[in-house]
Design a protein around this ligand. Sequence first.
Ligand code: PMP
Ligand code: GLU
Length: 395
Amino acid sequence: MDNRLSKRVNEMAISATLAMAAKTRELKEQGIDIIGLSLGEPDFPIPEFVKQAAIQAIEDNYHSYTPVDGYGDLKKAIITKFKRDNNLEYKPSQIVVSTGAKQSLANLTMVLLNEGDEVLLPAPYWVSYADQCKVAGGIPKEISTSIETDFKITAQSLEAAITPKTKMIIYSSPCNPSGSVYSKKELRKLADVLVKYPEIIVISDEIYEHINFSGNHTSMAEFEDMYDRTVVVNGVSKAFSMTGWRIGYIGGPEWIAKACTKMQGQVTSGANAIAQRATITALENPPSKIQFMVDAFKERRGLILNLLSEIEGFKTNKPEGAFYVFPDISYFFGKTLRGKNINTASDFSLYLLEEAKVATVTGEAFGDPNCIRLSYAASEAEIKEAMRRIKEALA
Ligand code: PMP
Ligand code: GLU
């Protein structure tokens, strides 16, 4: 803690996913053979047609500042994608392109929250939601779940968490970190509660939309009675492997989109020109173009679940989407392994890093202190070797 720094940043947690990625990189640079299962990013290259579009954009001299809310033709491509994949209708004034879905989410908390507003976070939740809310003055209110209910909230647990101060709810489906996918029926039950509280805004993070093994993606915004107060967050990081190109977007009520544009106009301006041009091509292609990645992730899910089931003490759900497993490892709490006391998920994750040379992320960062997250966006060989090392380190 450095008192010259703001209270805001001093009280903020470091992104646990990025911190573990940095640690992995550092250890690898020291020549230590770490298998990184901490960072959620596809290990496939960017599709050739997307690369070509970026090269073409450079050739075509796309060098200027871009419109703050995104190029008009990119917004058109996003609108077509929303219609094609989600049967959602938007006008250009309802779309804002950002420097990654992470910025889209940060914009939303900054423009919607006042000091003391409560934000419902079904736990486990994606690592940055809670701290983004806090920075904006909001108070994260976790709704806990458990592995027994596939880490999903219910209408009852949702309603019990609502107070007069509740301003919004943020969740992802498919969920990072649990891989859980809310069915249309489940979402409808949650919507039935939310219609009674019209002041609550829903932030539906759908960045893993296409990485869904059941193939049934539903957006809360598809329900007519929720459309006007749901903001859909999406991006190209996961579906097109474009994590470093930094393009995300929202579709939502015009008054919120306008405010996000205003916020972004003072913070970053419009997103990167070349990446926006490439995103047009990415989104114009049907999801079938990336089905091979989804098929590979499904195979790997089977592999990692199988191998984990052979290790005593790991309890898993069957993730229906994204590329993470989120085992409950509380079995190890109170145990001593190779002279090291394991009392928390962070102790366990650190133990795996030091003793198995496998990088994972503690569940504490996702609001679930009994679990750890492993990303299976890694090759089959890496997954097999990682599980072998973990098994050995825990034997
Ligand atoms: N939401 C979720 C659930 C994520 O896992 C991530 C991680 N990439 C993001 C948002 C942010 O994505 P982006 O790379 O577009 O900023
Ligand atoms: N979303 C990825 C993850 O959860 C990338 C890291 C990040 O943006 O925090 O691992």
